[in-house]
Design a protein around this ligand. Structure first.
Ligand code: FAD
Length: 473
């Protein structure tokens, strides 16, 4: 290609990296540059090193629901380093630690009889519950599907902890997107090791050396094909291209402010950041709609322990209100790497809003909350060698009732901006898994052709398929 089009991708998370990878495979010689504000690729699914250990940003696994094609892609990048591992977690339910994923034997043995009897009663009476309408809230949908016992004693407190809103203030879309076992039938099916889908939900894929290795390897591949990943580059302004004139992306990098010309822009950065960064006139109602969208954030409390292993489990889940954290993972158990002799690391996930006091607390106070929660859960730790925190600003898109009107307004307007497409978790403001974000990137690349430009119809078909994605936990 004598004069390759210049494609700029905003954000080097799974969606951005996969867009680049597939663009370069489909169109060798295309000029592709990724602007990523972190020093490492992979976004929320990336990994970093600290205190001699590799850390993921909270527990990350490649779910077995990943398509064979995508799995093949990842295997092609990692070879033998892509491990298949049995899930080995525990969950604190009603004061008892049970194996997770749940098993019928464990439930029968450890659940209080009132819980089990209540759930059976709810199952038998399910056909008589009122069917929720199309605008039902998360609470109404879950109550209709699962009944009072599981909702009140498990799902509702968990939802409130993760997403920060009461079940009836959450939009029904949250249930459709996030709860793969939304009825008792599907929940029971999940208890069977190899379900009707043929997917063994009791295993997962994990790359040796940290989840982010997938994206480090993919970024290397992108660079080997002539693409560029600019790390530490924070996008500040976006002027989309117009026919006959290139766009311009302003960013701040290691050498200060800079800009890049762009003939086409893929944006995977939060849509709430993209709209204010646009230099073209944005209608007031679109700006207002974008600023009405918000994200649930997360503080990660990372604790280095003076021992080889804290427990034999990969992750512990805490759905109840008795702890401030929702999950604790020991990454070294995900790949059995004992990378720093005599040390292991725990990562505690604490969801919050940026307006919550937790967000701005100092590390010592956060550690105190973490340690007292672990003690209360019967998992007291000793021998803390070091600790630090990391903050994820955009952990989950927040879906209060009516959010989709705001997102719809923004999305419809962005769709008619030429030369700019938004995708990924942050670009489409969607709850998703890593494999969904990667598939979105691959699909977006297929809708682009340097000679003929963007294919909006093909993209609209792809987006219809994305709407069917349900998050696997
Ligand atoms: C705690 C937690 C645990 C999870 N665990 C799993 C799991 O086990 N399995 C699973 O399948 N999924 C999991 N997920 C979901 C998974 O992390 C996401 O699906 C995936 O990261 C989405 O990829 P993305 O590229 O769309 O977005 P992101 O990962 O958010 O990437 C967006 C990128 O844009 C960059 N960016 C943002 N603003 C700018 C800017 N102004 N300039 C430059 N760059 C910018 C960010 O730094 C980031 O790299 C988890 C999510 C969370 C929060």
């Amino acid at each position: 290609m004598s004069d390759p089009k210049r494609v700029v991708i905003l954000g080097g998370g799974p969606a951005g990296i996969w867009t680049a990878l597939h663009l370069l495979r489909l169109h060798p010689g295309l000029s592709v540059t990724i602007l990523e504000m972190q020093e490492f690729p992979g976004g929320i699914a990336g990994s970093f090193k600290a205190h001699g250990l590799t850390w993921d940003l909270g527990s990350h696994r490649l779910h077995p629901a990943v398509s064979p094609g995508l799995l093949g892609d990842v295997r092609g990048l990692l070879g033998e380093n892509l491990l298949k591992r049995p899930r080995n977690g525990r969950i604190l339910l009603e004061g008892r630690l049970l194996g997770f994923p749940l098993s019928p034997a464990d439930l029968a043995q450890h659940l209080p009889p009132s819980f089990a009897l209540g759930a059976v009663f709810d199952g038998l009476t399910a056909p008589f519950r009122r069917r929720p309408g199309a605008d039902a809230t998360f609470g109404a949908l879950m109550m209709a599907g699962l009944g009072r016992t599981i909702c009140r004693r498990f799902y509702f407190p968990y939802a409130e902890k993760l997403w920060g809103l009461s079940p009836n203030a959450l939009d029904g879309e949250q249930a459709r997107r996030r709860v793969s076992a939304g009825t008792l039938g599907s929940m029971l099916e999940k208890l069977v090791p190899s379900s009707r889908s043929g997917i063994d939900k009791r295993s997962f894929h994990y790359p040796f050396g940290g989840f982010g290795s997938i994206f480090t390897a993919a970024a290397r591949k992108v660079e080997s094909m002539g693409g560029t990943l600019l790390r530490g580059a924070v996008v500040r302004s976006v002027t989309p291209p117009i026919p006959g004139s290139a766009g311009l992306i302003g960013y701040t990098g290691g050498r200060g402010d800079a800009s890049l010309p762009a003939d086409f822009v893929f944006s995977t950065i939060p849509v709430t950041g993209l709209v204010p960064a646009l230099t073209v006139p944005v209608p007031g109602e679109v700006r207002a709609a974008a600023s009405s969208l918000s994200y649930r954030s997360m503080v990660l409390c990372c604790v280095v322990l003076d021992s080889c292993q804290f427990s034999a489990y990969d992750a512990h889940y805490f759905p109840g209100p008795e702890t401030r954290f929702s999950r604790v993972s020991e990454r070294q158990n995900y790949d059995e790497s004992r990378e720093s002799p005599g040390s292991t690391g725990l990562c505690l996930e604490m969801p919050c809003f940026r307006t919550d006091p937790l967000w701005s607390m100092d590390d010592r106070e956060i550690l105190a909350i973490a340690l007292s929660g672990l003690t209360a859960a019967g998992l007291a730790v000793s021998g803390v060698k070091a600790f630090f925190t990391r903050r994820i600003t955009e952990a989950y898109p927040s879906y209060p009732t009516g959010w989709h009107r705001h997102f719809g307004e923004v999305d419809r307007w962005l769709a008619q901006v030429p030369g700019l497409v938004t995708l990924g978790r942050q670009g489409l403001f969607v709850h998703d898994n890593v494999h969904h974000a990667m598939e979105m990137g691959a699909a977006a690349a297929r809708c682009f052709d340097p000679a003929t430009g963007w294919d909006p119809l093909r993209w609209s078909e792809a987006r219809k398929l994305f709407r069917k994605n349900v998050v696997e936990d």
